[in-house]
Design a protein around this ligand. Structure first.
Ligand SMILES: Cc1ncc(COP(=O)(O)O)c(C=O)c1O
Length: 483
């Protein structure tokens, strides 16, 4: 009976201009469980919040703790294998994102990337991937034993960031290496630079190599035609989406989609996820994925997304009028995601600009590096939020900060070409020693150094440490190297 009672939100999905019913099965099942509580003699031991610190309960609310449960209980279904409302919610998500199969992920897109590497690659196989991939892609390779063949994307020197991956670079690598088992592209970059996935996908198909796209930052693209086209529509075999980053679900919750016509082994991916996932999945996180998808499909969600796009356009128009503040725009060969606004200010480092915004205006940004900082125009931001931000940026634009001291913790975006001395996995499992950073030049790194955000590697196990690395290692006094 429970499964028949779903939330029906009549909505008009503007992208396909047809009316669809939006359901949220996990949300509804959780609601039923909340409204019909049982005498609980099972985990979680806080037993609907009674066994927790009162201050914590007050902070997050009695209701939140009442619905903090795991799968198998109260007719909520299971995650592995997917059954009941969880199975149905995954199927609805697959439909919404145009996938053959969708897996809900706990532990973020990180879990998805690890599973893809574990399921689709073996020791010694080559993965063609961009150097600015997320560290979870690297961890996946350490686990599976696959080895990276690096694509070095364009560098946008003025902005201190990595740019797009060109189709030509993918083609060239596939022509020179006949042992590539998979191409794995990050799109968009953390700062919103978009590569030509359509052409890259056509090249991969020509060479018969599967294409995985790490779309962690782009789950919204499917829901508004003014955003770039999602990789699943451009021929990618699988993608990950961090719904928690921009889609409105709770932190840590993500999705992995397998494309409709893909030949990659979806069962192997599912088996890897089962190994990686907790055996006590949080129903709250799963419900938040279900509700994020339902919200994005609803008329309300569509409006929120359109507002985020309009807000971003407004912010960019205002920045255009400023004398010293600039935003990254699309250019020849690449596009950008309008909602990710990367800015820089003449005479101010990104880190300094970040601390001015924080200390003087109580504004917290997504991330900052030496060169610039990243602002996200979110589906949850109001126009008033954006007007406040614009007002503050205008003040900064007109102020001289030359004699005002602000926190300046230098942080560079890693943009180095690696010198590989050993395979990633072999180096990771080799004997290591820890030495002062300054003595490490000429030694081979034994650790992944990839600060978050954005989680892009400065050094990987097996790579030669050179003096060029030192400016990127300001937070490190010691480094692990191969003995
Ligand atoms: C490109 C990219 N892929 C994957 C991830 C991992 O995502 P999550 O935080 O959802 O585990 C991130 C996180 O920042 C990322 O930037």
């Amino acid at each position: 009976m429970i499964f028949l009672l779903y939330i029906f939100i009549m909505t008009n999905v503007t992208k396909n201009s047809k009316s669809v019913k939006v359901k949220a099965p996990i949300v509804e099942a959780l609601k039923q469980a909340y409204e019909h509580p049982t005498y609980q003699f099972h985990i979680p031991g806080h037993t609907k919040g009674t066994g927790t610190l009162p201050e914590f309960k007050k902070l997050i609310g009695r209701k939140a703790l009442s619905v903090d449960t795991t799968d198998e209980f109260d007719n909520l279904g299971t995650l592995h294998p997917a059954t009941g409302p969880i199975k149905e919610a995954q199927e609805l998500a697959a439909k919404a994102f145009g996938a053959k199969k969708t897996f809900f992920l706990l532990n973020g897109s990180t879990a998805g990337n690890l599973a893809l590497a574990m399921a689709l690659t073996k020791k010694g196989q080559k993965i063609l991937t961009n150097r600015n991939c997320h560290r979870s892609v690297l961890t996946g390779m350490i686990i599976s034993g696959a080895e990276p063949l690096w694509l070095i994307p364009k560098r946008f020197e003025d902005w201190g960031i990595w740019g797009n991956v060109t189709p030509e670079s993918v083609e060239e690598m596939l022509e020179t290496h006949d042992d590539v088992s998979m191409v794995w592209i990050t799109n968009p970059t953390y700062e919103g630079v978009v590569s030509d996935i359509k052409s890259i996908s056509a090249i991969c198909k020509r060479f018969g190599v599967p294409l995985i796209v790490d779309e962690a930052h782009a789950c919204l693209w499917n829901f508004n035609k003014h955003l770039p086209t999602p990789a699943l529509q451009l021929g990618a075999d699988a993608v990950v989406h961090s719904l928690h980053k921009t889609g409105g679900s709770m932190s840590q919750s993500s999705m992995l989609h397998i494309a409709e016509n893909s030949l990659i082994d979806a069962d192997a991916v599912e088996k890897a996820l089962k190994l990686l996932h907790t055996t006590s999945p949080s129903l709250m996180l799963l419900a938040s994925l279900d509700s994020a998808r339902a919200n994005l499909e609803s008329q309300r969600g569509q409006k929120m997304l359109q507002r985020a796009i309009n807000n971003a356009k407004y912010l960019r128009r205002e920045i255009e009028q400023m004398e010293h503040i600039h935003d990254l725009k699309p250019d020849f060969g690449y596009m950008t995601d309008v909602t990710k606004v990367f800015i820089r200010a003449d005479g101010l480092s990104g880190k300094r600009l970040e601390s001015i915004l924080e200390i003087d205006f109580n504004i917290e940004v997504e991330s900052a590096s030496d060169a610039g900082l990243l602002l996200l125009s979110n589906i949850g931001n109001t126009r008033a939020d954006m007007e406040y931000l614009v007002k503050c940026l205008k003040k900064i634009d007109k102020t001289s900060y030359s004699d005002i001291c602000y926190l300046e913790n230098r942080k560079h975006m890693p943009m180095l070409t690696p010198i590989i001395k050993m395979s990633l996995r072999d180096a990771f499992y080799s004997e290591k020693e820890t030495i002062p950073k300054d003595l490490a030049i000429g030694r081979v790194s034994a650790e992944v150094i990839a600060e978050c955000p954005p989680g892009i590697a400065v050094l990987l196990p097996g790579e030669l440490i050179t003096k060029e690395h030192l400016p990127y290692l300001t937070d490190y006094d010691f480094i692990e190297v191969i003995k």
